[in-house]
Design a protein around this ligand. Sequence first.
Ligand SMILES: [Zn+2]
Length: 210
Amino acid sequence: MPETCGLCGQAPIAPGELEIAGLRLCAECHAGRLKGRLAPRGLVLRERRWIEDRGEHQRTVYVIELCGGVPFRLELQAELCGEGLAHKLAKVFKREVQTGDPDFDPAVYIDTRTREDVAAALGSPGLRAAVLELLSEDVRLLLDGNTACVTVAGTLSNRAPRAGALQRDLALVLHHLAARAAELGLPPRPVSLAGYPGSTHSAKPEHDWG
Ligand SMILES: [Zn+2]
């Protein structure tokens, strides 16, 4: 039996493919081309893109929003970001959860109202590695119940250079969140993305990988 992709389980590992967050991936997952690849594992990942005018200068920006969910009764409320972004944002970030991981703790700022649940989830080395990968893209990760979302915005001239990596890395976070939830024996819960940030926006999903 050839080894199959650690994320989608469907395709053979591409020769020479690098391991990311503890998983060896097929070429499609590695590139973030995930259509139809996550649903068999109960994971949902949805992308929406739109263009909007912002601020006093009527600057036109693109927005990419990626939201996903895992089919377990997770009760997480947290916002995570890396050091670079924490310094850029006016908001004062704290480090409310310490995991004991010397690579993770100094690099990740965590604001949370569910400290024990977040600490329990981050007991997974794979999840910590996936979060580090995702936050290296300079995004904020919002955890809400059993959903995880990132939003990126930028000017039209540098439109979406990193979308593939974001999709892959958020999928890795979802994979490890689900694995951790199963390990902790959490009961199942269907994924609903109805209340996720930006859901009031009229833009239709461009891709729905559920
Ligand atoms: Zn794959």
